[in-house]
Design a protein around this ligand. Structure first.
Ligand SMILES: [Zn+2]
Length: 314
């Protein structure tokens, strides 16, 4: 691990509301951890408008180089402000970091880590050109924010699964908008479409597997005498696979709790289940002495009707 520390002229160092240190870009305080290569670093990286120094080699950023292992380097040049911002955002997503812009104008952009770990990155305009050059860089010291989602398509898919109930009903444009709104990340149509497919596969696939295992689940609960359970499967023709009909569950603990401490009063209601398989949930609740609801029994049925209520209540 290489450490390089330079304190040239500390002009201001303030603690903002998040407890993050915002370091003035003229401050030559560059503490670079092993994430960043310091080989080509010379000492005048803090002179903001220094464009006369042509002796140094400034590496040009290329968008196709952006991967999880990509390393920003001091002096790196970006074709435009947009290119720098999208590089930073992509890099943050890939590495499970969240950054926010504390300065964002046409000449200079500075971002810090949302966790306030000390990460600072600042790029500013080179003279009158459109080029932006990296002038300040302090690496992250925080951990990953999203586990080990390595590629952005998988990461977006995970976001969709975690945050949205109705992924199947979302258009590609909506996905792009939501990701932009929540993570300040612009994604392509292709990525959004791929992510949606992965998210749907994981949601629908899981649902199918879980229905298939329902019999085993009920059998196990009955084996350990966990409560009263009923499961009904439909098999209109012997040649067809049985299909899930209804499930009733009243756990022993709920029954005992109700009989032992609740008023002799049961409320019943039903609601639609918003999954790709539909169905309705019927539930019976009691009120416990603290006047809160006490779940007693529930059933998942195809539709809420007299028959299913009778099946539920008997
Ligand atoms: Zn950080």
């Amino acid at each position: 691990m290489r450490m390089k520390k330079k304190n040239i002229s500390v002009k201001s160092r303030v603690e903002d509301s998040d407890g993050a240190f915002m370091i003035n870009e003229e401050v030559g305080h560059h503490e670079i951890n092993e994430d960043y290569d310091t080989n080509d670093l010379s000492s005048n990286v803090d002179s903001d408008e220094d464009v006369r120094d042509n002796k140094r080699h400034f590496s040009k950023y290329r968008a196709e180089d952006m991967t999880k292992g990509f390393k920003f380097r001091l002096g790196m040049e970006f074709k435009s402000l947009e290119e720098f911002k999208s590089a930073l955002q992509e890099h943050s997503v890939l590495n499970g970091k969240e950054v926010r812009f504390v300065k964002n104008d046409l000449k200079r952009v500075r971002a810090i880590c949302k966790k306030g770990c000390g990460f600072v990155i600042m790029a500013s305009k080179v003279g009158s050109s459109q080029t932006f050059r990296l002038k300040t860089l302090v690496g992250h010291k925080c951990g990953r924010a999203f586990g080990s989602k390595s590629a952005s398509v998988e990461w977006i898919a995970q976001v969709l699964v975690d945050r949205f109930v109705n992924v199947g009903g979302m258009t590609v444009i909506q996905i792009i908008d939501e990701i932009k709104k929540s993570y300040s990340v612009g994604i392509t149509h292709w990525k959004a479409g791929r992510a949606k497919k992965i998210a749907m596969d994981s949601l629908v696939g899981d649902g199918e597997r879980q229905y298939a295992r329902l019999y085993d689940y009920v059998a196990e609960l009955l084996r350990v005498k966990a409560g009263t359970l009923k499961i009904k499967a439909n098999q209109p023709q012997p040649t067809l696979q049985p299909r899930f009909g209804s499930l009733y569950m009243c756990l022993e603990g709920c029954k005992e709790g109700f009989l032992g401490s609740c008023r002799p009063f049961i409320g019943v209601d039903g609601c639609h289940l918003k999954t790709s398989y539909g169905g309705q949930l019927l539930i019976a609740v009691g009120r416990y002495p603290n006047d809160q609801y006490f779940p007693l029994a529930f059933a998942v049925v195809e539709t809420e009707c007299k028959d299913t209520w009778m099946w539920f209540l008997t």
